[in-house]
Ligand binder design. Structure first.
Ligand SMILES: [Zn+2]
Length: 155
């Protein structure tokens, strides 16, 4: 299953690797493919596990190195969601969004609000600040997380 977006991403990634005298390897392309064919937020361990399921031998070092490259060339977005956890997800045209992170279940909810975006840009303007990238993260409890909290609460 390869989408149009992932095909275009692959083309850009290959171009980026060549321009930087880096090898275009099957492992690197397989990792890109994995990220572009899911809507999930993956961490390095998730990617390693997914590669294993597909019987592709990819080392942890290769996963980290490739993720760095994908972030550098702007194809993948890296976000610290929750405490000390980094997640990777594909960049999509017009795909800017924010995250709510449930501290009980780890669930990630994406949201976007055009009015909010507009407001934030105006606030930046007021401070003579030029925003390159706006990302909001709200930590708290999702619906399921609130139930977990209730069940484990003494009161
Ligand atoms: Zn996201």
């Amino acid at each position: 299953m390869t989408s149009k977006l992932s095909q275009r991403a692959q083309k850009l990634f290959i171009q980026y690797l060549r321009e930087n005298n880096l090898k275009v390897t099957q492992e690197r392309l397989a990792l890109l493919d994995e990220i572009f064919n899911t809507n999930e937020h993956l961490d390095a361990d998730d990617l390693l596990a997914r590669m294993k399921v597909k019987q592709r031998k990819v080392s942890r070092a290769t996963v980290y190195r490739t993720l760095d490259l994908l972030v550098q060339c702007g194809l993948v977005r890296k976000s610290r969601l929750g405490r000390e956890h980094y997640y990777y997800e594909k960049m999509e045209p017009g795909g800017g969004h924010h995250h709510m992170v449930c501290t009980a279940t780890g669930k990630i909810i994406e949201f976007w609000d055009a009015d909010l975006d507009e407001r934030l840009r105006r606030i930046c303007q007021d401070h003579k600040f030029r925003p390159a990238f706006i990302s909001i993260q709200i930590q708290g409890l999702s619906e399921e997380g609130q139930k977990v909290e209730q069940e484990t609460s003494f009161f």
